[in-house]
Write a protein that binds this ligand. Structure first.
Ligand code: ADP
Length: 169
């Protein structure tokens, strides 16, 4: 039982202000756009409570796709992956929040949609690794790198959603 309400009121705010806010790059891949899943995918992150800071429909070049996936350059599927990502427009998104990188990866689910848990985006909406509808950064560092790669200056907005105090105490 609490004897004083003061620490209980002030401590969480102090802790919250010390928690690191991260950014992640989420992308609806060309299959997700063609299949009409853009709204559904945006909605998962919106409902969860993360903040959208960047959004655009975009046809990317081969060079940009290769830079984005440069860590996979040695993989046998790399050429197929670049063809896939450049095969039509993608929807580029920047999302912000405490723990957003790891949480978004959980919402997205395993790389192979057949292994992805039901309830995840890939688990619910896809059947094959080569058509797994969505991308999410795998670390806060890559989140920053990928947002800088896909968005120009001025395309990412800083804003405070009115619901902020209803999402985090
Ligand atoms: P994730 O997108 O889950 O972070 P990876 O970084 O390992 O997964 O791979 C990037 C993307 O490359 C995958 O989302 C998928 O589109 C594609 N990919 C990965 N492995 C394969 C594979 N074995 N065959 C075809 N495409 C693949």
């Amino acid at each position: 039982a609490r004897t004083s309400s003061k620490p209980a009121i002030f401590l969480p705010h102090l802790i919250a202000s010390l928690e690191q806010v991260d950014q992640t790059y989420i992308m609806v891949k060309p299959d997700g756009v063609q299949r009409g899943l853009v709204g559904e995918i945006i909605s998962r992150f919106e409902k969860k409570g993360f903040k959208l800071t960047g959004l655009k429909l975009f046809q990317c070049s081969k060079e940009l796709a290769e830079e984005h996936y440069k860590d996979l350059k040695q993989k046998s599927f790399f050429p197929k992956l670049i063809d896939y990502i450049t095969s039509g427009p993608v929807v580029c998104m920047a999302w912000e929040g405490v723990g957003v990188v790891a949480s978004a990866r959980k919402l997205i689910g395993a790389t192979d949609p057949l292994q992805a848990e039901p309830g995840t985006i890939r688990g619910d909406l896809a059947v094959q690794t080569g058509r797994n509808v969505v991308h999410g950064s795998d670390s806060p560092e890559n989140g920053k790198r990928e947002i800088a790669l896909w968005f120009k200056e001025g395309e990412v907005c800083e804003w405070t959603p009115v619901q902020a105090p209803w999402l985090r105490e």
